[in-house]
Design a protein around this ligand. Structure first.
Ligand SMILES: Cc1ncc(COP(=O)(O)O)c(C=O)c1O
Length: 450
């Protein structure tokens, strides 16, 4: 069972505006609804009635009564010593939802849904939607709403050091769509194969292959991608400079220079996947490669790590010479991203909530990762790599048997993990790419074989 907990102030935020009277009914209805729709997931620890009452500034009685009613109806389970938890979902409810079986296994890069800022996102949806004009409801500019492009350009300049104006941004539905659009345009231009980090993201590799794109390996090690060891002559290279996936290292200054020198010498495109760079725990985020060569680098990012992958919202900042073609590809793909989602994100960034969420996540995830890393060091005397940023760490294992045993154990417990060996083009080193967003160290450490 999950060991996540929700803090009293977050529970109160999630429930929205409190009526002046009828706290008991409001709490009961709000929590029951959030359990039904999954915002309060099974196993989540709830704060004590005393803590909720304190956060609300009300007497404890009505809060306890609401929790008792929820327990009586099976929404929560109350145990004396460990407090209340959201109850596991009933079999009948699961049986009605066959689509769950179609979901991919949990990815190590998935954030903790319990940390989603429901209250401020709902507020941004309301305020952002109210700002839309009647004309915005038609098929709009495929680049995205001007207000969002402005906010994203500002955010990228301030927090990632990017060189970008609002007219250089295309709003997309996540890094995955950006890759698809770039692959489509590169293919039409006859650019040749796309070089992928080896090891790298199996998701990116599968997605590009499914489009019929040719992909070739470019080895990566403790200094990140090494363009000098590329296989063949790629027409473009996809790289994760801030936090290499899966090795977790930043691209070293020397390797950055070599990559950009190569791109300039042979006139190639570098695709920068800036997927989790906001979440850096040991100081300031490492700035984007795009800033050093805005005319050679296409920058991709999304809200998937700081907010939620299910939102499917992101941005693409291509070099100027590819901009119009990519906008046309975006229009042909889907005629633009939902204006309601865009308006909400513009408000969420503009009101400072995005940066607040980043600060909160750095704190919470930073503490979880420190506990995990400490536990791994103590038990195995190993230092997992890549723990200073993002949502995953890398644990190397002695052999492929150990890798398979650990994966089977973790899968049974629904812990997000990938095999390191799957991240390679051909046979690769054994290890685990472990998602750290949702797992407390005490559950995880015993999972790993000696
Ligand atoms: C390497 C890498 N890039 C990008 C993403 C995010 O993709 P998207 O923005 O499409 O959700 C992920 C998600 O796990 C990832 O692991």
């Amino acid at each position: 069972m999950s060991d996540s907990a929700i803090r009293p102030e977050d529970l109160v935020l999630l429930l929205g505006a409190r009526p002046r009277r009828g706290v008991r009914a409001w709490l009961y209805r709000g929590i029951a609804k959030a359990v039904r729709d999954g915002r309060l997931p099974p196993g989540l620890r709830l704060p004590s009635s005393r803590a909720v009452a304190a956060a609300l500034g009300v007497a404890r009685g009505p809060v306890s009564e609401a929790l008792e009613l929820l327990a009586a109806e099976g929404y929560v389970i109350t145990r004396d010593r460990s407090g209340s938890r959201v109850a596991p979902r009933a079999e009948s409810v699961r049986a009605e939802r066959p689509e769950v079986a179609l979901r991919p296994p949990p990815s190590p890069g998935t954030p903790d849904p319990a940390l989603f800022p429901w209250a401020s996102w709902l507020r941004s949806m309301r305020i952002g939607s109210a700002r839309l004009r009647p004309d915005d409801l038609g098929y709009g500019d495929p680049r995205g709403l001007p207000a969002l492009r402005e906010r994203v350009a500002e955010l990228l300049r301030l927090t990632r050091g990017a060189v970008v104006a609002p007219d250089q941004v295309v709003i997309i539905s996540g890094v995955a769509q950006g890759l698809t659009l770039l692959a489509t345009v590169l293919r039409r231009r006859g650019a040749g194969p796309i070089g992928l980090e080896d090891p790298g993201s199996p998701g990116a590799r599968d997605s590009l292959r499914s489009l019929g794109a040719d992909v070739v390996p470019v080895p990566a090690d403790g200094d990140g991608l090494d363009i000098d060891r590329r296989v063949g002559e790629p027409g473009a290279v996809l790289v994760t400079p801030a936090h290499q996936y899966p090795l977790g290292v930043p691209l070293s200054p020397d390797r950055r220079r070599r990559l950009l020198d190569w791109a300039a010498a042979v006139d190639r495109l570098v695709i920068e996947d800036d997927y989790d760079a906001d979440l850096r725990y040991d100081g300031l985020p490492i700035g984007v490669l795009q800033a050093m060569a805005p005319d050679r680098v296409a920058l991709l990012g999304s809200v998937s790590k700081v907010l939620a992958p299910g939102m499917r919202l992101g941005w693409l900042v291509p070099p100027p010479h590819l901009y119009d073609e990519l906008v046309a590809a975006k229009r042909n793909a889907d005629l633009g991203t939902s204006v309601f989602d865009q308006a909400a994100l513009a408000e969420f960034i503009g009101s400072g909530e995005y940066q607040r969420q980043v600060r909160r996540l750095r704190q919470v995830y930073g503490e979880r990762r420190a506990a995990l890393v400490g536990g791994l060091r103590e038990r195995f005397d190993v230092s997992p790599a890549g723990f200073s940023a993002g949502l995953h760490v890398l644990v190397r294992l002695p052999d492929h048997d150990a890798e398979q045993r650990a994966l089977a154990y973790l899968a049974e417990r629904n812990v997000a993990a990938h095999a390191l060996s799957d991240c390679f083009f051909a046979d690769g080193d054994p290890g685990l790419v472990l998602g750290t967003a949702r797992i407390p160290a005490p559950d995880l450490i015993p999972a790993l074989p000696d």
